[in-house]
Design a protein around this ligand. Structure first.
Ligand code: TRP
Length: 469
């Protein structure tokens, strides 16, 4: 009895750590604060939270259900139920590729900041913002760190040694959590911090446009690792005893908590330092070192620990992305693992080089009027993940058998899932309609209309040729 109980508990925690490791990453700590900052703060956060509860959580349960029911990763799972949906899996693989065209750039910044914590970055508080700008726009340095980050990914995925990184994650993710709480406490106790709390929690709807909704929708899919089949793959590994809805709630709650903590760590300090909230991707790399620079001798040590933890959080996310592409090449294209990792890594490295250089060293590296870095980011987060989420909802709501879904979510009728009908109706009607409305509003409001149309065309072409995939 005793032994069995322990076994279950251990595997449950193992799964939650792996899925939370994928979810919690740069999306929460780097991306969420700067998007909230650029989109007016409180109103964005409110919309984000509503989407997490009604869209993200439902889609996560849907992904877990598809995965555990089919015992396959995304492309195979779609193929098995309906060949016409294969393209949805392929869009997912494409998304993973594109995210890995810019994610390693930011992962590289994080590694660089571990070292920079000790080499004088914190010594001159007034120069921290400028130093970040100089760093990311310089031609060589960020590339070297990006390559280091990419190499760690390739090594881990090639060797299949992700258990090591998961162990590191088990120590460092809680560390990150504790540090965020500490930084948050420091941040809200700075003189002038209340302005930042007001910015975070007092919704100012005058700043809300169609684009705000699209940004919030994309961000919650990105942060929860949804909309591309990553959680379908994870779902296929969950044991039959696990309660899928409960696990989805825990992972969603953890991910959201970390994002909110990052906001609380950053904005009060930002206002206390008299900085602007809409300064974009540099936010966490400017504000956090500035907080630590006022802490004297332990500042550099805490700063280094923060960026080590951020790097590990980024790694546990990026290996899940890389693995999606590698698993596809192995399963569907019959690559061996080494060849899959090397070829994928090579392409992603080239993409990341272009993305990094487009931020300053070669400002002419533009596609559809935006820097390559933003092109990859916008294409995935605002189009592919949103449409991917839409397709997952439609697939589950309209193409899978309702009784099968109920069977899977109640573990063959052995447990209760009282909210089954609510979830089912959300996935079948509310989520697809909501995503469609947000997409249309967003396309109207957004500046990069031609880029959005390009993304939709790619999806349309994939759908038309889906039989060949
Ligand atoms: N969720 C991760 C983050 O917040 C990034 C990520 C990992 C992701 N796997 C994903 C995003 C799958 C979308 C889909 O940093």
């Amino acid at each position: 009895m005793e032994g069995k109980k322990r076994d279950n508990w251990t595997s449950s925690i193992g799964f939650i750590f792996a899925a939370a490791g994928s979810a919690v990453g740069l999306g929460n700590i780097w991306r969420f604060p700067y998007l909230a900052g650029a989109n007016g703060g409180g109103a964005f956060i409110l919309i984000y939270l509503i989407f997490v509860v009604f869209i993200g959580l439902s889609v996560m349960i849907a992904e877990f259900t598809i995965g555990r029911r089919s015992q396959l990763s995304a492309v195979g799972a779609y193929k098995k139920v309906n060949r016409r949906f294969t393209f949805a899996g392929v869009i997912g693989v494409l998304s993973a590729f594109l995210i890995m065209g810019f994610y390693p750039v930011v992962g590289g910044w994080s590694i660089a900041y571990i070292i920079k914590s000790f080499t004088g970055l914190l010594a001159n508080e007034g120069a921290i913002a400028e130093s970040f700008g100089n760093f990311i726009t310089s031609p060589v340095q960020p590339l070297l760190w990006m390559v280091v980050f990419m190499f760690l990914n390739l090594y881990i995925v090639a060797k299949g040694v992700s258990s090591g990184i998961e162990k590191a994650g088990k120590i460092l993710m809680p560390t990150l959590f504790v540090l965020l709480v500490l930084i948050g406490i420091r941040s809200v106790t700075l003189p002038g911090a209340s302005e930042g709390l007001k910015f975070l929690f007092y919704p100012d709807f005058s700043k809300v446009t169609g684009e705000t909704f699209l940004n919030a929708l994309g961000q919650q899919f990105f942060s929860l690792s949804l909309g591309m089949g990553c959680m379908i793959t994870y779902g296929s590994y969950i044991s039959k005893q696990e309660r899928l809805p409960k696990n989805a709630v825990i992972i969603t709650a953890l991910d959201t908590l970390v994002a909110l903590l990052a906001g609380i760590a950053i904005f009060p300090a930002l206002f206390a330092f008299g900085l602007q909230p809409d300064q974009g991707p540099g936010l966490v790399f400017i504000v956090v070192p500035q907080i630590f620079s006022e802490m004297g001798a332990i500042g550099p040590i805490l700063s280094a620990i923060f960026f080590i933890a951020l790097t590990i959080a980024a790694l546990t996310s990026s290996i899940s992305l890389l693995e999606v592409v590698v698993a596809y090449l192995i399963d569907e294209r019959k690559f061996n693992r080494t060849k899959a990792v090397i070829s994928t890594g090579l392409v992603m490295t080239i993409m990341s080089v272009l993305a990094s250089l487009s931020l300053g060293a070669f400002p002419n590296l533009k596609v559809f009027g935006v820097a390559v870095f933003d092109f990859f980011d916008i294409l995935t987060d605002k189009i592919f993940l949103a449409i991917g989420g839409l397709l997952i909802a439609i697939f589950v709501g309209w193409f899978m058998n309702k009784e099968d879904l109920k069977d899977e979510l109640t573990n063959g009728g052995s447990i209760e899932f009282g909210l089954f009908n609510i979830w089912y109706n959300l996935v079948k009607y509310v989520v697809p309609v909501a995503i469609a409305i947000v997409a249309v509003l967003g396309i109207i409001a957004i500046e990069q209309t031609s880029l959005m149309i390009f993304g939709l065309l790619v999806i349309l072409l994939l759908a038309i040729f889906s039989k060949k995939l």
